[in-house]
Design a protein around this ligand. Structure first.
Ligand code: AQP
Length: 343
């Protein structure tokens, strides 16, 4: 086919915007935790006036591993309420559920057909998640990065604010966009990952060699909805080491991770924090960390309780978010179909 490859046609797909557009998603695959908050959600909230914001509860990603249907339905609502409780403002950010906008799945299929297997074979998250079960996990888990590319490219996204674990997937998205544009004509914006230096990878409390994850053991994460007593117990049990000093030393991953969480919660420099705990022990530090977590999470939990008390309003907000983004996803999908010869 003779695809136009001019800058004008790219501009067609991506009219000039006053603000850069960000897109990011979060899986309703369990309780959202402090790693999700510190690595991603708090930035989404803080930067709502800087960007044109699109945020998504990615239920199609969650089903790449087995989910109980009733629980999944519940998790989607809970996660949406948690994001709003954290401060996502539906006036300033479009918040919706991925499966409510059918273009995500459709574009993923089209991109599947232009993505080499070799690119997916290199994805480290699949290797970690599949482990020794490569033959039995779903094809969806293997294909997860292509669905993520579709999510991002559908909205002609400029930047993707994510934790460090998603860096490779955003790189793959760029590669897919680039090769599609070269083959079919300028169609997609090539997005960049927006990854912060501190907090981009919060580690598990029970094993600081692994990232904190929703699918980890209950004691490995602080859930955003954990009550104070649960937080206290989890922090008390968190892995440290046999040394006594409270210092930011990367060769001591347990205490380094806890200090990083503390630093992000209180907003002080490493020097200030080391001075605060000079001559003190883990007990005092863990008490202060617990206090910081409770102070951050209590107002979020209060807003969450108000939001879930009105499920109809929550559904209305999510439907409104989907309505807002549909014209963009519709236009991009139509253009991709046209470029590929399907229309
Ligand atoms: N430990 C983490 N530290 C910093 N950022 C993190 N993120 C996730 N874990 C950490 C960031 O949170 C956003 C939403 O992630 P997600 O829930 O969609 O996917 P995930 O990265 O796979 O999260 P989990 O918690 O590990 O879920 P499961 O166990 O279900 O796979 C993303 O921006 C992510 O980078």
């Amino acid at each position: 086919m003779s695809a136009p490859t001019t800058a004008a046609s790219a501009a067609n797909a991506t009219p000039k915007r006053a603000r850069e557009r960000v897109f990011s998603g979060i899986q309703p695959s369990g309780a959202p935790h402090i790693g999700n908050y510190l690595g991603a959600i708090r930035h989404w909230v803080a930067e709502q006036d800087i960007f044109d914001n699109i945020y998504c509860v990615v239920d199609l990603h969650a089903i790449t591993v087995p989910q109980d249907p009733g629980e999944l339905r519940e998790n989607v609502r809970q996660l949406a309420a948690t994001l709003l409780a954290c401060g996502l403002d539906p006036q300033r950010s479009a918040l919706f559920v991925q499966s409510h906008v059918h273009e995500h799945a459709e574009l993923a299929w089209l991109l599947n057909c232009v993505t080499p297997m070799g690119w997916l074979n290199r994805m480290t998250q699949f290797k970690t998640k599949a482990g020794d079960d490569r033959e039995t996990v779903s094809a969806g888990l293997y294909d997860y990065p292509v669905l993520m590319a579709a999510d991002i490219l559908l909205y002609q996204t400029d930047a993707v604010p994510v934790g460090d674990d998603q860096r490779q997937h955003v790189e793959l998205t760029r590669d897919i966009a680039n090769s599609f544009n070269a083959r079919f004509g300028e169609t997609f914006v090539e997005p960049r990952a927006l990854i912060r230096e501190v907090g981009a990878r919060i580690m598990a409390l029970d094993d600081p060699a692994k990232k904190m994850s929703k699918s980890g053991a209950d004691t490995s994460y602080i859930a955003l909805l954990d009550p104070p007593e649960v937080i206290r117990k989890k922090i008390a049990r968190a892995t440290t080491d046999s040394q006594r000093t409270i210092v930011f030393d990367e060769s001591r991953p347990g205490i380094f991770n806890l200090l990083t969480i503390y630093q992000l919660l209180v907003g002080q420099s490493r020097e200030q924090i080391e001075a605060e705990f000079a001559g003190k022990g883990y007990k005092e530090f863990k008490a202060a960390l617990t206090e910081g977590l409770v102070a951050t999470l209590t107002p979020i939990q209060q807003r969450y309780n108000q939001l879930v008390a009105d499920p109809a309003e929550l559904d209305r907000l999510l439907a409104g978010g989907a309505e807002r983004v549909r014209p963009i996803s519709h236009a991009t999908l139509a253009q991709v179909q046209q470029r590929m010869g399907l229309r």
